[in-house]
Design a protein around this ligand. Structure first.
Ligand code: HEC
Length: 301
């Protein structure tokens, strides 16, 4: 059993098995546990040392037991255990072949008749691994020459442009999935119910004290009318929420507390209050009208 399953299988198998279990039971979020919790690396090293230690102890015990056997029993034991299930003989043979050791015999070392101050030179064959690599570079060179100097498949400039174009596509793709990347230039009025519900929640917990639950206003201006101090429309309102109002008026820059998506949601919710009638409306403030006549006629913004 022992030799059928030698240590160089047993230790990695147990080690990676334990590692796998660890990853299964410890939740590292979207990272593997051994990165999320560096302490587990120490644990793994400990396990590895432990496995090696156990292996060494077992080996020592086996050795001692072996010495206590009678000579015949020792022989029987050797016969039973000497054949490992996998042998790497072919690998060894190949390795020696690549080194060229099968050709070199100690008797036929060819010594050149150079002798420089006692430094002599042997005329050994080049090791086959080196020769094969050299051939490989020659083939590579020819293929390269044909592809890039004769056929001119592509050059670095084209490669660069292709990669940049692909990157541009990837960025667009990413932006579509990552709503949080919105800023004042890219923000659009959100209309999905989920976004507006989230916007209402943000409004209710942050804005009601100054703007009233129905947007009628208080310390802050009325948000339901067409008059704006800082400008209406989703982009201006987003900017006001993000950067705050005029100094000393009390409207802080919310970008420190809210994520871009949250600001877009609450801005959309605020604009949804346009035209509603609050219970105690504060009188209209600001001379910027929104929607302006041309946007009202053509409501795309
Ligand atoms: C501490 C009180 C206060 C809180 C809280 C507050 N605001 Fe304001 N808000 C103001 C004041 C005051 C102004 C007027 C700023 C100015 O005149 O420059 C204002 C202006 C605004 C404007 C621009 C109105 C216009 O006419 O241009 C918007 C939009 C706005 N607030 C949205 C919000 C949102 C959304 C929140 C919650 C995230 C919020 N505010 C929280 C006090 C507040």
């Amino acid at each position: 059993m022992k030799n059928k399953f030698p240590w160089y299988f047993r230790i990695p198998l147990l080690f990676f098995g334990i590692w796998g279990l660890m990853e299964f039971f410890i939740d590292g979020g979207d990272m593997p546990a051994f990165i999320a919790y560096p302490i587990t690396q120490a644990f793994l090293v400990f396990i590895l040392l432990l496995l090696i230690g156990i292996e060494l102890i077992l080996n020592a015990i086996e050795n001692v037991m072996f010495q206590t056997l009678s000579p015949e029993a020792q022989e029987r034991y050797m016969a039973a255990t000497s054949k490992p299930i996998v042998s790497f003989n072919w690998l060894k043979r190949w390795y020696l072949k690549m080194l060229g050791h099968d050709k070199v015999s100690p008797d036929e070392v060819i010594e050149l008749d150079h002798n420089y101050d006692g430094i002599r030179e042997l005329d050994n064959n080049l090791p086959p691994w080196w020769v094969y690599m050299f051939y490989a570079t020659m083939i590579f060179g020819v293929v390269y020459l044909v592809r890039f100097h004769i056929v001119k498949e592509y050059d670095q400039t084209l490669e660069f442009q292709q990669e940049m174009a692909q990157a541009q596509i990837d960025i667009e793709q990413y932006k579509k999935t990552a709503k949080n990347l919105v800023d004042a230039n890219t923000v659009t009025l959100l209309t999905e119910a989920a976004d507006l519900t989230a916007g209402k929640a943000i409004y209710d917990s942050n804005c009601v004290v100054c703007h009233a639950a129905d947007g009628g206003g208080g310390i802050g201006p009325n948000l339901t009318d067409q008059h704006w101090i800082l400008g209406g429309g989703i982009k201006k309102v987003f900017t006001t929420i993000s950067e705050g109002g005029r100094d000393g008026k009390g409207m802080i820059a919310w970008k420190q507390n809210l994520k871009p998506l949250e600001m877009a949601q609450v801005a959309s919710y605020v604009l949804g209050m346009q035209g509603t009638t609050p219970a105690n409306p504060k009188e209209a403030d600001g001379d910027l009208l929104w929607p302006t006549a041309d946007v009202a006629a053509n409501p795309t913004e």
